[in-house]
Write a protein that binds this ligand. Structure first.
Ligand code: ADP
Length: 421
């Protein structure tokens, strides 16, 4: 399966799972609201029953609806012309609650407007569930101008949640299943991604190591020829080919070893005072064979003054070598400008090419280990995707910064900033 197809499948699955989770949560909320409504209706029905049982309302024309109110979600009030006896009120309330399935604890208080206080209070525990008794000391007064009964349901929310327990249970099971599915899809994707990296790596490995070795073998064969002593120019040329290819292999091995040592291990940086121009010139020397091979034009713009920076010479030089190699690799007819100098508190080195450039959306990824800008299934330019990661680690170890300016088809500039102090 192509990785782009897989990416779409993973994206669609993630969206679908998220949509199902959102719909599920919406339904759960809806079920809770319905159950809440049902609870309120049942409480009101029970209060109406108590009104009839105790004939509490002197005026039959009075609409009961006006006498019952719900000032807060856990409280109900019903106004009474005469406050009934505590025992009979408790008895009938308990009976009506049982009849209408209000099976949770309730605390009642009978308020007298003459006495300006609750003249009695009673805690009625639920007949089915045993909740921890939550006895509200000092019942709040919502309506001091009427005699009324206040009902307080301390466990209302838990009771409603208990009523919809089945729905919560099934939703939780579904959520756990979906989340596990999402995690499995993610791991599957990662596995596939790693397999692709591995395939790429093996392909590139053969190119990056086999080619220099083959070139070196040919050069060695030429050097082992008895007549070579009589052709000093040829001898020198083949010796330098071997030297350059060895240098290239050494560079590749260093990158691989650095990558294998992991992100978390700090680079062994040994700083010293380094002459910047010398460092850059040595880096250029190291890629000289490649410059010649690619017939590249290289321009160095740098102040004539000597400038010293405090840096790890070997590593910083390797960073510049990596950037130069890339500039040469990713340009058809390479024209490279190297610029260096002081900018505020940093020393900067800029390497600018006229190559293929990098699309903006890929720039944020190019410093990741093994990342290579996708070019469909064709990779004309071989590499491990480790060079820039290595450059970043080196610059990070110097507390420096890297800026990338790139335009596809125009070229790329990498600007390294090394703090001076
Ligand atoms: P690689 O071994 O693939 O060159 P790097 O880590 O050096 O690995 O670079 C990562 C990717 O960034 C490359 O595969 C290439 O697509 C892109 N890249 C790096 N330098 C340049 C450049 N100068 N011009 C265009 N693309 C570049």
């Amino acid at each position: 399966m192509r990785s782009s197809t897989l990416k779409w499948i993973v994206l669609c699955t993630t969206l679908l799972i998220s949509a199902i989770i959102i719909v599920q949560l919406y339904w759960l909320k809806k079920v809770y609201s319905l159950e809440e409504k049902q609870f309120n209706t049942n409480v009101v029905k029970s209060i109406r029953g108590v009104f009839e049982d105790l004939q509490m309302n002197d005026n039959p024309a009075m609409n009961l609806h006006d006498l019952i109110s719900n000032p807060d979600q856990n409280f109900f009030i019903f106004k009474a012309d005469t406050i009934p006896e505590k025992d009979s009120l408790t008895f009938y309330l308990r009976k009506e609650f049982e009849d209408f399935d209000v099976l949770t604890d309730v605390k009642l208080g009978a308020y007298s407007k003459v006495d300006h206080r609750y003249i009695y209070e009673e805690y009625i525990p639920s007949v089915v569930t045993s909740y921890p008794v939550q006895n509200l000391s000092g019942m709040p007064v919502f309506d001091p101008n009427f005699d009324h009964i206040l009902l307080y349901f301390p466990h209302r929310n838990n009771y409603i949640l208990g009523q919809i327990g089945f729905w919560i249970g099934t939703s939780a099971t579904l959520l756990i299943t979906l989340i596990s599915l999402a995690i499995s899809v993610f791991y599957f994707y990662r596995q596939k991604f790693l397999a692709e990296i591995q395939k790429d790596f093996v392909n590139n490995f053969s190119h990056e190591f086999k080619t220099p070795l083959a070139v070196m073998k040919i050069a060695a064969d030429v050097l082992s020829n008895n007549n070579i002593i009589e052709q000093p120019t040829r001898l020198e040329r083949y010796a330098s080919i071997i030297k350059n290819q060895t240098q290239h292999l050494q560079n590749q091995v260093t990158r691989l070893l650095e990558a294998a040592s992991g992100e978390r291990t700090e680079l062994p940086i040994e700083k010293q005072n380094v002459e910047a121009a010398e460092l850059i010139e040595q880096a250029i020397n190291k890629v000289q064979p490649l410059i010649e091979e690619r017939n590249a034009k290289l321009e160095l713009r740098m102040d004539k003054d000597k400038f010293e920076i405090h840096a790890d010479k070997e590593h910083l030089e390797l960073a510049v070598v990596n950037l130069l190699e890339n500039a040469l690799k990713y340009s058809d007819d390479p024209k490279i400008v190297i610029e260096a100098g002081k900018s505020e508190n940093d020393f900067y080195i800029s390497i600018k090419d006229n190559g293929i450039g990098i699309e903006k959306k890929y720039v944020k990824n190019i410093f990741k280990k093994f990342y290579r800008v996708p070019t469909g299934d064709i990779h004309n330019v071989k590499g491990f995707g480790l060079g820039l990661n290595f450059v970043k680690r080196i610059i990070d170890a110097h507390n420096g910064k890297i800026k990338v300016n790139s335009l596809p088809g125009i070229g790329t500039e990498f600007r390294l900033f090394i703090p001076i102090n």
